[in-house]
Write a protein that binds this ligand. Structure first.
Ligand code: G3H
Ligand code: 13P
Ligand code: ZN
Length: 307
């Protein structure tokens, strides 16, 4: 089974009204945990690889591991560069077999973001690779005090419409109040759903939710119980994820939940059996917990049986 493009996976999700998980991978255990779950659920999947992950594991290792997982398990998967900022890195990914790239120029002024994104679309589309871009900045809505500040940080639906037409991107990540990491909200978790609805109506392409980990209680509990200093972590409530999908989100980005699962499982083994030195006995349970997290995600996103 060859890798498929992001456009193919997300186009179907958009037409049929569900979302696909984009899970960040950094090593073999994370990749295998995800693969086992999506195979069992017959779900498509997007393997997300950050520039940091490429620096850590090496581009060749990442590509070889993902190709092996896809062939071995016979799953429907895309290999995606997450938050690409370096044009040389983006080009390397395109040339070496990624089927989707994100150009994240969201920190630049709108016109510059548009120009950079258009450049990447031209290079990527010539090789049949899909492109995702981002508008607005990821920041919790509750931290935003005034309407003008909110407008300055979150996506502008009119700009989004123009951006999509003028760049030719395949999917758009609009900032609607989520943020990366384990501490997303201090008070009530708020997303700007009205803004999301307007973006979807104007753009009519697959939309992406970054910072979409929900920090499941059972995952957090284990990490905290075994000494992880992540007490008080809060993610996007599952109900909010469902509502976002109903309003047009088709790709849900998850890294933090996998990190929490991995660290909780490793901490448990090291605490309960301090004499253990076999890496397989230390990392194996982490791989199993990642599998469980992804099984739950597929249920939440509605992608089971859609491969
Ligand atoms: O959105 C960021 C992802 O969580 C990847 O994080 O750049 O530390 O690999 P990273
Ligand atoms: P989380 O930190 O919520 O897992 O978000 C991950 C992400 O957006 C990767 O691009
Ligand atoms: Zn992200």
């Amino acid at each position: 089974m060859p890798l498929v493009t992001g456009k193919e996976i997300l186009g179907k999700a958009d037409r049929e009204g569900y979302a696909v998980g984009a899970f960040n991978i950094n090593n073999m255990e994370i990749l295998q945990g995800i693969t086992r779950a999506v195979k069992e659920k017959a779900s498509p999947v997007i393997f997300a690889v950050s520039e940091g992950a490429i620096k850590y594991a090496g581009l060749k290792y990442i590509i070889a591991m993902v190709r092996t997982a896809v062939e071995d398990a016979g799953i429907t998967a895309a290999l995606h560069l997450d938050h690409g900022q370096n044009l040389e890195m983006i080009k390397s990914c395109i040339e070496s077999g990624f089927t989707s790239v994100m150009i994240d120029a969201s920190h630049l002024p709108f016109e510059d973001n548009l120009k950079e994104t258009r450049k990447v679309v031209e290079i990527a589309h010539a090789r049949g690779v899909s492109v995702e871009a981002e508008l607005g900045r990821l920041k919790g809505v509750e931290d935003i005090i005034s309407v003008s500040e909110r407008d300055a940080i979150l996506v502008d639906p009119d700009e989004a419409k123009r951006f999509v037409v003028e760049t030719g991107i395949d999917s758009l990540a609009p900032a609607i109040g989520t943020s990366h990491g384990a501490f997303k909200f201090k008070g009530e978790a708020k997303l700007d759903f009205d803004r999301l609805k307007k973006v979807k109506e104007g753009c009519r392409i697959p939309l992406v939710l970054h910072g979409a980990s929900s920090v499941p209680e059972w995952v957090l509990e284990k990490a905290v119980k075994y000494g992880g200093q992540v007490k008080g972590a809060r993610g996007v409530p599952e109900e909010a994820i469902k509502k976002a999908i109903a309003l047009g989100i088709n790709k849900v980005n998850v890294d933090t939940d996998l990190r929490l699962a991995l660290v909780g499982a490793i901490r448990e083994v090291l605490t309960e059996t301090p004499q253990e030195i076999d890496p397989r006995k230390i990392l194996g349970p982490a791989r199993d917990l990642i599998y469980k997290v992804v099984m739950e995600k597929v249920e939440l996103l509605g992608s089971g049986g859609k491969a």
